[in-house]
Design a protein around this ligand. Structure first.
Ligand code: KG4
Ligand code: ZN
Length: 339
C-alpha cells in the first residue's frame, strides 16, 4: 500500500511517501521566518505552509519515484497543533484524496511521535513505554498494543521543549533553543550551577516552569553574560555552564521518571520521541540508565525526532492496514488529545 503523509501542525511543512510500512521519502521544509521573533508566529506559519505545500508534496513523490496515480491513501495531521497551520495540510490532503477518489486518514500528531521508533530497521515490539517530549508536549505513555495507549502522566505547565526554547530566549540565543542549548551544554560543566529538579512526588506528572523561573532568578542575581564579550573565554564558559546545568536538571527528571515507570510496569522496551528526543544528553543518559535497569532503549534517527511527514504517513498506513479511513468532515483540532 502506497500512502502519502502530510504534516503542517507547527513550523515544518513536510510530506512523505510510505510503501508497505517502509519510508521512501521524507521531505521537511523548516520555516526560517520565525527565528527572528524568538518563537513561531501562527499566521506566518499558515502562510508559509500554503506557499510550500505543493512543492514539498511534489518533491516527496519524486524522491520516492511514485506517481500520484499509484497512491492508495493520503494521511494528514488532524491535531494537536496551530489551528490555521493544521488547516492547510488537512484541507490539502482531503482535496487530494477526494479528487483522486482514494481514502483520506486524519492522524493524531502525538501518535506520529509515539510510533516514530517503528520507522527504523530496528523497531521495538509491544508493549512498550514511550517518553514523548516535544515543544508542545511532555508525556509518559504505556502502549500495550497498537492504538491502546495509557497516559501515565504529562506536564502540568510547560513542555520540556518549551522550557528549552524559553530559557534560550532568556539567554539571548536563537529559536529553536533546544539544539543550541544541547551544543553549548556539551562544552559546559553540568554541575557548576545547581538548578532545581521538580520530581513532584512519586507520580508521573512533570513540571518545567519552576526550573525556567530558577534560571531567570539566577540571571537576575548574577547578570546575563554580557553579549559585548561574546567569544571571550569567561563569557562562553559561563553561558555554557548555564546551558549544561539547565539541561542536566531537565534530563534528570525525564530519565528518572521514565526508568521508575519502566520498573514499576515491568516494561522491557523503552522509547523516546518528539523534538527533545534529539537531545544528545537525554539519549545518552536514557540508554545508560534504562539499560542498567534491564531495558532496551529506542531512540529515533534525528530526522524522525522533530516534526516530519514520515511519522504521519506511517500511522496513516497502520490505520489503513487495520481497515480504517476518516470522514472528509473531520475538523482540524488544535487541542486533539491522545486517546
Ligand atoms: O516535535 P517538535 O518538532 O515539535 C512539536 O511537536 O512541538 O519539537 C520541537 C521542540 C522545540 O522545542 C525544540 O527546541 C526541541 O524540540 N528540540 C530540542 C533539540 N532539538 C529540538 N530540545 C533539546 N535538545 C535538542 N537537541
Ligand atoms: Zn511534534
Amino acid at each position: 500500500m502506497f500512502v502519502l503523509g502530510v504534516e503542517t501542525s507547527c513550523d515544518e511543512t513536510s510530506a512523505s511517501v510510505v510503501v508497505d510500512g517502509e519510508v521512501k521519502s521524507n521531505v521537511i521544509s523548516s520555516q526560517l521566518v520565525h527565528s527572528k521573533f524568538g518563537g513561531v508566529v501562527p499566521e506566518l506559519a499558515s502562510r508559509a505552509h500554503l506557499r510550500l505545500i505543493i512543492r514539498v508534496v511534489d518533491e516527496a513523490l519524486a524522491m520516492a519515484g511514485v506517481t500520484k496515480g499509484e497512491l492508495d491513501a493520503v494521511a494528514a495531521t488532524q491535531g494537536p497543533g496551530l489551528a490555521g497551520a493544521l488547516l492547510v495540510g488537512l484541507s490539502f490532503a482531503k482535496a487530494f484524496a477526494f479528487g483522486r477518489r482514494i481514502p483520506f486518514i486524519g492522524v493524531n500528531h502525538l501518535e506520529g511521535h509515539l510510533y516514530s521508533n517503528l520507522l527504523t530497521r530496528n523497531p521495538h515490539g509491544f508493549p512498550f513505554l514511550s517518553l514523548v517530549v516535544s515543544g508542545g508536549h511532555t508525556m509518559l505513555v504505556h502502549v500495550e498494543r497498537p492504538f491502546h495507549h495509557r497516559l501515565l502522566g504529562q506536564t502540568r505547565d510547560d513542555a520540556a521543549g518549551e522550557a528549552f526554547d524559553k530559557v534560550a530566549k532568556m539567554l539571548g540565543l536563537a529559536y529553536p533553543g533546544g539544539p543550541i542549548i544541547d551544543a553549548r551544554a556539551k562544552l559546559g560543566n553540568p554541575r557548576a550551577i545547581d538548578f532545581p529538579r521538580a520530581f513532584l512526588g512519586e507520580g508521573y506528572e512533570f513540571s518545567f516552569s519552576g526550573i525556567k523561573t530558577a534560571v531567570l532568578y539566577y540571571l537576575r542575581r548574577r547578570g546575563l553574560p554580557d553579549p559585548a564579550r561574546e567569544g571571550e573565554p569567561a563569557y562562553e564558559e559561563h553561558l555554557n555552564d548555564i546551558c549544561s546545568g539547565f539541561q542536566e536538571a531537565v534530563v534528570d527528571v525525564l530519565v528518572g521518571k521514565t526508568v521508575t515507570a519502566a520498573q514499576e510496569l515491568r516494561v522491557r522496551e523503552v522509547a523516546i520521541a518528539g523534538g527533545v528526543s534529539a537531545n544528545s544528553r537525554l539519549r545518552d543518559r536514557m540508554r545508560a540508565e534504562a539499560g542498567k535497569a534491564g531495558c532496551r532503549v529506542f531512540t529515533p534517527p534525528l530526522e524522525y525526532c522533530t516534526d516530519n511527514g514520515a511519522m504521519i504517513a506511517y500511522v496513516g498506513w497502520m490505520r489503513l492496514a487495520a481497515g480504517e479511513r476518516s470522514s472528509f468532515g473531520i475538523p482540524a483540532t488544535a487541542n486533539l488529545e491522545l486517546t
